[in-house]
Design a protein around this ligand. Structure first.
Ligand code: SF4
Length: 424
């Protein structure tokens, strides 16, 4: 998974790299393996791409070495893909950021095809031609060395992309509205499924494939997106609260306290508490900023009990019947450890409630789901999972519950990793 942002300032005095940097910080949750920015000035690209978090990748002096009023940036969760990638063909060059997955070909194939089309036709037509050819679920931003930004979203709108601005000063594209908020821009709207937009000085043009099937990624609402984002016109925070309410309706249990696994499951837990009247407590403290990219404990350190991620708060759970709410479950190993720690800190009972259906299938659109034979939700029934993870009970939100929480029909959503059925 990845996040992308592109900004075009309609005044050459702007130094845009700093604003792209802030926007990437607002997208950090979409990728923590690498971060990069490309700007363009006088027909030349300036690029910096680094492993690690945005704050680690860019310092004051590195931002100063990225001149220009037009640029794009990306964060990536895939260690093998750092963005933007810069491509050249017959004297023309292009910097590409991409979020999602292609059914055939890779990012480089997509970028080179776009570069070739750009030498034959205008940017909108070039992007439409390439999107017709490369099927998948994605959004992209391309920056050309002659100073265009071209943005597009696949014809089913699987992956998000929104557009906004700051008066007549800036045009901003980003994977999520949270990035627009961070740079002080106003959200105008979503880039429509199948739509391309191209920006040059004082001009924004658009074109569309006209495809009417929608298949918005439902997992964005459960896990990927920030709760302060608006996605496809729907507030992510409100979806997460509705998930908690429906989880309580579908899977009630007698208990003394509700706790959510930080940070995604906190709104689920608050709403579950509201629906059941069971008090919600802060159940965990996190150690360190992020463990996805931090030093991880060795096997020996894990054996002696080093806990870098979440430590249950004794006073919140000791002697209590606990409802533990998490957003999703993949292999079940983290959850088993969390249940074990809750018991170790004195929880009398642990009832696990998951704010999404069982993950049973792969994602063809770029989300890293482990091989199907490693998915606990595919192999075991909820009662069996409760036994394996050491919980007193275990249940998921249903697929119907998830679609009701999002507020869209099943035909407008991709639910592939929950159902094994993919939009076509
Ligand atoms: S398969 Fe799952 S993660 Fe992938 S696009 Fe569909 S809903 Fe999203």
């Amino acid at each position: 998974m990845s996040g992308l942002i592109g900004i075009f300032a309609f005044d050459e005095l702007w130094s845009i790299a700093r604003f792209i940097y802030y926007g990437l910080m607002g997208l950090q949750h979409r990728g923590q393996e690498s971060a990069g920015i490309t700007t363009v000035k006088d027909g030349r690209f300036y690029t910096r791409v680094c492993k690690g978090l945005v704050e680690e990748a860019f310092k004051e002096d590195t931002l100063k070495r990225l001149p220009g009023h037009i640029g794009c940036g990306g964060v990536s969760m895939d260690p093998a893909v750092s963005q933007p990638i810069v491509l050249e063909d017959r004297g023309k060059s292009l910097a590409l950021t991409f979020s999602g997955g292609l059914l055939e070909g890779d990012l480089k194939d997509f970028g080179l095809a776009l570069l070739r089309e750009l030498s034959k036709s205008d940017p909108e037509q070039a992007a439409l031609t390439v999107m017709e050819r490369f099927k998948g679920g994605y959004s992209f931003l391309a920056l050309t060395n002659d100073g265009h930004i071209v943005a597009g979203r696949d014809p089913m709108g699987v992956k998000p992309l929104c557009v906004g601005g700051l008066g007549f000063d800036l045009a901003v594209f980003a994977s999520e509205s949270s990035a627009l908020d961070v740079v002080g821009a106003d959200l105008s709207r979503e880039v429509e499924p199948g739509e391309v937009m191209s920006v040059e000085m004082f001009s924004i043009k658009r074109a569309s494939t006209g495809y009417s099937r929608r298949a918005y990624c439902s997992f964005e609402y459960v896990y990927y997106a920030r709760p302060d984002s608006v996605m496809n016109g729907i507030h992510v925070y409100e979806v997460r609260r509705r998930i908690g309410l429906l989880l309580a309706k579908e899977n009630p249990v007698e208990a003394d306290v509700v706790i959510g696994v930080p940070e995604t499951a906190i709104p689920f837990a608050m709403a579950y508490s509201q629906a059941t009247g069971i008090p919600v407590e802060m159940g965990f403290m996190r150690t360190g900023r992020s463990v996805r990219t931090a030093i991880k404990p060795t096997q020996f350190e894990r054996l002696v009990g080093v806990q870098l991620k979440l430590n249950p708060i004794r006073a919140a759970v000791k002697g209590k019947r606990v409802v533990l709410i998490d957003d999703s479950v993949v292999r079940g190993t983290t959850l088993r450890n969390t249940v074990y720690l809750l018991r170790k800190r004195g929880a009398k009972e642990v009832h696990v409630r998951i704010g999404s259906p069982a993950i049973v299938a792969r994602c063809p659109y770029g989300t890293a789901v482990p091989p199907e034979d490693e998915l606990i939700g595919r192999a075991l029934k909820p009662d069996e999972i409760a036994q394996v993870i050491g919980a007193d009970s275990f249940s998921y939100l249903s697929v119907d519950g998830l679609t009701e929480a999002i507020g869209l029909s099943k035909n407008s959503l991709c639910l592939g990793c929950f159902t094994g059925e993919y939009p076509v």
